[in-house]
Ligand binder design. Structure first.
Ligand SMILES: NC(=O)c1ccc[n+]([C@@H]2O[C@H](COP(=O)([O-])OP(=O)(O)OC[C@H]3O[C@@H](n4cnc5c(N)ncnc54)[C@H](OP(=O)(O)O)[C@@H]3O)[C@@H](O)[C@H]2O)c1
Length: 334
């Protein structure tokens, strides 16, 4: 079978045997995978994301169950499933032990392979209306957006949410905000992407590159008070920009690390606004189930930018790094 591994710090395509399973495992034939920003951190070996030698990267894939071990009860041969990045976070609130083990990072092999072996708690069935490519976009980007916009949010119908950027997480945040009836402002560096975001239902669009006073525009739209919640995928020093955009007692959802894992923050503003800074980790299997049910009910279709063939994984990663994408970047395994 074909797979990609990180060998001597470089991503290389290698051939191997179809793996065997034990009684607690499931063999899945992967049909599609999707890329996340985290995959770049893993493949480039940055900080806590540095993988061990021979690691198969990528957390997000969708495929068909080919074989099950004797003790498997949740799945049968032929089921269409996605991976789950944090198999040990099955339910309840976040705890350190629930996210120590993650797919395609420093602890476990991922899904960039034709066949993968996973325990049943690392898999979930998905609704029939989704293709393998669409389903492969869900485990990280969609679940994180769902957690930020629905599970951790206190917003009500008509409240205002500001979504930063139009990457994978941000577009799912837009789609879930639309489902919830929020008043949506979205920012981007590209007018073309903003036009598409408007077509997806954003009420206000702001080009943060062209408009250096974009925070003022956010405040004008929100009648001078500020927004109820910001979904911030940039972080670093950007958190203070987000704080400026919220109203008193508003929420800043800290999702991303694009500007790094450290930044200066206006602590006085946190106090004077009684701001809630909400860190967001991906989410639990239970949350994933709730998200799939809502998506199924409303037939939410993930936005896919491009589907690459398996041989073109390096090109797909370059596209992600360049940031020209609007929607998820997928790879199809024939
Ligand atoms: N906490 C978690 O569990 C979790 C889960 C998933 C992702 N993340 C993190 O969330 C971040 C986004 O992930 P992703 O997969 O959505 O990435 P992505 O698809 O690469 O999207 C990133 C987007 O961020 C926007 N952006 C970049 N720099 C910006 C800036 N200075 N100001 C405003 N917007 C900016 C860009 O939007 P435009 O192109 O429209 O300008 C870009 O498309 C990453 O740091 C990732 O590691 C965290």
């Amino acid at each position: 079978m074909n797979t990609y591994k990180i060998i001597n710090g470089i991503l290389v395509q290698v051939k191997g045997q179809v793996p065997s399973i034990n009684e607690h495992e499931v063999l899945v034939r992967i049909h599609a995978v999707s890329l996340n920003y985290r995959d770049l951190l893993v493949i480039e070996g940055i900080g806590q994301w540095t993988p061990i030698e021979d690691r198969i990267p990528l957390s997000d894939g969708a495929g068909e169950v080919i074989k099950i071990g004797g003790s498997i009860t949740k799945f049968k041969v032929g089921d269409r499933v996605t991976s789950l990045i944090s198999p040990n976070w099955e339910s309840g609130k976040l705890a350190p032990e629930k996210i120590i083990v993650t797919l395609g990072g420093s602890s476990l092999d991922g899904v960039l392979a034709e066949y993968v072996v996973l325990p049943e708690n690392a898999l979930s069935k998905f609704p029939d209306y989704l293709s393998y490519e669409e389903a492969a976009t869900l485990p990280v980007a969609a679940l994180t957006a769902w957690n930020a916009v629905i599970e951790q949010s206190t917003l009500k119908l008509g409240n205002t949410i500001l979504i930063i950027g139009t990457g994978g997480v941000s577009l799912f945040a837009l789609q879930f905000s639309k489902l919830s009836g929020y008043h949506i402002i979205i920012t981007s560096s590209s007018d073309e992407k903003l036009k598409k975001a408007k077509e997806l239902g954003a009420h206000h669009i702001i080009n943060y590159k062209k408009n250096k006073d974009w925070i003022k525009e956010v405040l004008t739209i929100s009648e001078g008070k500020g927004v109820d919640q910001v979904v911030d995928v940039v972080e670093g020093d950007h958190i203070t920009e987000s704080l400026k955009c919220i109203k008193s007692e508003g929420i800043v959802s800290m999702v991303g690390v694009i500007a790094g894992i450290h930044g200066s923050i206006d602590t006085g503003m946190i106090m004077s606004k009684a701001a809630r800074i909400q860190g967001v980790e991906t989410g639990s299997t239970e949350m994933y189930g709730r998200m799939l049910a809502a998506m199924h009910l409303h037939r939410v279709k993930p936005i896919i930018h491009t589907v690459f063939p398996f041989e073109k994984v390096p090109e797909a990663l370059l596209l992600l790094k360049k940031g020209d994408h609007f929607g998820k970047i997928c790879i199809k395994l024939e």
